[in-house]
Design a protein around this ligand. Sequence first.
Ligand SMILES: Cc1cc2nc3c(=O)[nH]c(=O)nc-3n(C[C@H](O)[C@H](O)[C@H](O)COP(=O)(O)O)c2cc1C
Ligand code: SF4
Ligand code: SF4
Ligand code: SF4
Ligand code: FES
Length: 596
Amino acid sequence: MAENQRILVCAGTGCASSGALPIIDILKEEIKRQGLEETVSIVGTGCQGFCEKGPTLVIEPQHILYTRVTGEDVAEIVAQDIMKGERVERLLLLDQETQKPVSTLSDIRFFAKQHRIVLQNCGVIDPQKIEDYTTREGYKGLQKALAEMSPDDVIEEVKKAGLRGRGGAGFPTGLKWGFCRQTPNDKKYIICNADEGDPGAFMDRSVLEGDPHSVIEGMLIGAYAIGADEGYVYCRAEYPLAIKHLGIAIKQAEEAGFLGDNILNSGFNFHLKVFAGAGAFVCGEETALMASIEGKRGMPRVRPPFPAVSGLWGKPTNINNVETWSNIPHILRNGAEWYAQFGTEKSKGTKIFALTGKVNNTGLVEVPMGTTLREIIFDIGDGIQSGKAFKAVQIGGPSGGCLPENMLDLAVDYDTLTNAGAMVGSGGLVIMDETTCMVDIARFFVNFSQKESCGKCTPCREGNKRMYDILDKIAKGEGKPEDLDILENLALTIKETSLCGLGQNAPNPVLATLKYFRHEFEAHILEHKCPAHVCSALLSYTIDEEKCKKCGLCAKNCPANCISGDKKTSYKIKEEECIKCGTCIEKCKFGAVSRA
Ligand SMILES: Cc1cc2nc3c(=O)[nH]c(=O)nc-3n(C[C@H](O)[C@H](O)[C@H](O)COP(=O)(O)O)c2cc1C
Ligand code: SF4
Ligand code: SF4
Ligand code: SF4
Ligand code: FES
């Protein structure tokens, strides 16, 4: 048995919802029962990355990963792995290619191809203990800034590192800090944008849950650079664990002298509060976010003035995203040159992606900027589920676009993706296979934007509704060829005339799908067919007489009672009465029912 083993149990939201918390209690009991308390410690961590395979558990120092662990597995893990050093094979991850179990983290392709800077503590430390953060160099960046650097030096360092905002637009962080620093005022604010409204995104939540001190330290360094003495983390109320861990971390940082007045005897003061937002997508837009903190309705306003000049309560304010703030301590501690070695010429560092959809390994992934989509989806993500064909990747959430197979070798960086009609956005990556209909997808995202529009300006309020109606018509087989031109013109107008990023980017999924998957729109309109067999109005079900064994199971289960036949005559579907539910296909054991 190895000395000083640590059992890291993921207690992030994903694993907690699949039953991780009782496992920690059972483990503690079992370790006590076996008299191992002196040599084995149990740590509840933030997300370890492999959320879909949760609850996950890592044994250190050997870096053994067990997936889909249950309370019943605990005694076996302790008896076999901890006490005898033998792996519990059935709980190891199965490599999709070799179909063999893989035990150590470094041998698992999902982890081996990643480079973790922001996530380096996530899933490794106890986010509720400041000592876990400080023993891994935590607050060293702040100490260095306060002891050795002037605010201008700090801004220069962040500029040299080439860090660009991770909240979507990719604006250079150092430049933004410089604007705020240059605005004279004796009161300035710092805000962390933890609204994270994109469907499918959970990067920011995971950083806050798993490593809250890194965000606080980043904000402290930013506040020192800009000259702010007060800050807010604006976090959606739907993230209770992130809010809880932040609250604990703020209290601990205050007690340790990192937050409050005269921080580390430097004369620098900074106070931090958490503000729970109600979870409206538009409240992630910076001017709407500030209105929300001020107690007003979360609606964007025209810029200028930019927040750097007139922000929260009219004071100069700097807003950055969670991941942006979390990068800062690493840059200060290791230097701009170290940071700038990762990434591409114009997009430095790493980016976290939430990899979801029809991919084998879903979870949280951090890669250097410039990694290709193919590497992320096929090497790290291990390819498409059930051996199906890849169709598209939606990148950047409702503000992004869908890219087809021939774009998979594109490097993931701000400029390359924007040129391709998508965007890095906040980092949602949704993988779609051959069973996804691109008209349906465009409709889904426009529906989201339409519902989330604050309604302040007409192009966004009315235009998105109109786009939704047209897409709905096409999905129902009622579209006309000229609808595609109307859709395109409408999309371009909404983009150009909307006030905020929601309206300006809402048409992106439509424009990208029209550009890369126009043939699917045309099939719906001209042939009244949905090539992916998704749009129910366009499907037709038929029974192949040759294959039909006349068992009657389809007719028995058809909810519309529209299948007739008996042992002597053949079975037939009355198309006009069919509600296209697909039950007959599911029930037929002989493959006699087909869908077209
Ligand atoms: C509709 C809309 C929603 C947004 N939601 C978020 C969000 O959830 N988190 C975020 O960091 N930025 C979001 N942004 C971008 C912010 O307005 C802002 O640009 C960002 O917080 C700046 O931080 P950064 O420079 O670190 O990227 C959103 C923008 C728009 C238009
Ligand atoms: S673009 Fe849409 S969300 Fe933004 S201000 Fe206008 S109506 Fe509101
Ligand atoms: S698709 Fe549904 S409604 Fe139509 S024939 Fe089959 S079972 Fe009946
Ligand atoms: S379930 Fe299949 S085999 Fe049986 S009656 Fe229906 S179509 Fe024929
Ligand atoms: S929440 Fe447990 S691995 Fe992500």
